[in-house]
Design a protein around this ligand. Structure first.
Ligand SMILES: Cc1cc2nc3c(=O)[nH]c(=O)nc-3n(C[C@H](O)[C@H](O)[C@H](O)COP(=O)(O)OP(=O)(O)OC[C@H]3O[C@@H](n4cnc5c(N)ncnc54)[C@H](O)[C@@H]3O)c2cc1C
Length: 301
């Protein structure tokens, strides 16, 4: 039955699907096509539950560190389920994006229609599903600042619309982090704006990421969350600990940004884990602070 899924692979290397470019094989890798996405996702989720197989939903893999040993279970890839449309709703005009839409494409779609608000997503790696799940934040905006209703496949394998409630969200926190559900679509509150102004901001954000070396090496962006109580961004804390440029195997703490770990070419997940441990231990030992990882760990080494 499961082989009726549009795209189904055994032992698919996760390094092909994560921005760190590390990770061993997933036992089962399922990438439903757009037309049959909901039906095939429901089938996959039900199968995983019935057969007691672990399941991980993967968007763009831009915030995931996959284990060298891979993942004993099913990885459900959402990236084919992409596309945006404009909706007239009771809350006004909204932009609806399927979960697998690249965040950058969503910003571009809004621009094409002269809608402002989500221009901060320009240049953000990954998908809308991942951005909602993570409550991604950049350029002084969080996804939750403009989010409307979210359509999910719930724990009973039914589609359900979740009304937006601001209190459900916080810095890098969303309600989906504590529910085993699949985000299908997110709606954003958008407003008509001068296209040139939106375009200018998007150009600046993309250029800023380029200038900061975001795309020079494989990474997953910031490894640790920021914490206001620590008085400065985590990147600055790691810099003050003198750890920038530290290398273990093929993984390196970026010379230009303490909170970025990069894959210099042949890093293993284990090299990256070792650097994460080193930073965590040094921050605790020298400053008495506990850094909280932002990246998501997939599989166990
Ligand atoms: C160079 C670089 C720069 C970055 N800069 C930033 C930044 O400025 N701000 C920021 O917040 N992040 C940043 N990130 C991290 C990353 O871009 C974001 O976290 C992004 O939103 C992740 O989206 P994704 O689709 O890749 O999610 P993934 O990495 O695939 O998944 C992340 C989590 O979301 C879950 N998930 C994904 N899709 C779904 C779905 N449809 N339903 C249910 N769960 C789902 C996954 O199970 C996983 O737990 C950066 C990453 C890189 C590589």
């Amino acid at each position: 039955m499961i082989t009726e899924i549009t795209l189904f692979k055994h032992n698919e290397p996760l390094c092909k699907h994560t921005s760190f470019r590390v990770g061993g094989p997933a036992d089962f890798y399922i990438c439903p096509d757009k037309e049959n996405f909901v039906e095939q996702a429901v089938f996959t989720l039900k199968t995983a539950q019935n057969e007691k197989i672990a399941l991980f939903t993967l968007g763009g893999g831009a915030n995931v560190l996959a284990a060298d040993s891979g993942f004993r279970g099913i990885v459900l890839d959402t990236t084919a389920f992409s596309g945006c449309r404009i909706l007239e709703t009771k809350n006004g005009v909204e932009l609806a994006c399927f979960a697998g839409t690249k965040s950058d494409d969503a910003a571009e779609f809004a621009l094409e229609n002269s809608f402002g608000n989500i221009e901060f997503l320009a240049g953000l790696p990954g998908t809308i599903g991942g951005a909602v799940w993570m409550n991604a934040r950049c350029y002084e905006s969080s996804v939750s600042d403009f989010l409307g209703d979210v359509l999910i496949i719930n724990e009973e394998f039914k589609t359900e619309t979740i009304e937006f409630k601001a209190n459900d969200y916080a810095y890098k926190k969303s309600p989906y982090q504590t529910r085993p559900v699949l985000i299908l679509e997110a709606r954003f509150r958008v407003k008509k704006e001068n296209r040139l102004i939106i375009e200018q901001k998007m150009r600046e954000y993309r250029a800023d990421r380029e200038a900061k070396g975001h795309f020079s090496w494989p990474s997953a962006g910031s490894v640790f969350k920021n914490n206001h109580d620590f008085g400065k961004p985590t990147g600055k804390i790691i810099e003050a600990l003198g750890l920038r440029g530290t290398q273990i195997g093929g993984a390196r703490i970026a010379d230009w940004h303490g909170n970025f770990i990069i894959n210099t070419g042949n890093a293993s997940a284990s090299d990256i884990h070792s650097l994460i441990s080193l930073i965590t231990i040094e921050a605790k030992k020298k400053l008495g602070i506990t850094l909280e990882p932002e990246i998501i760990f997939l599989g166990n080494d």
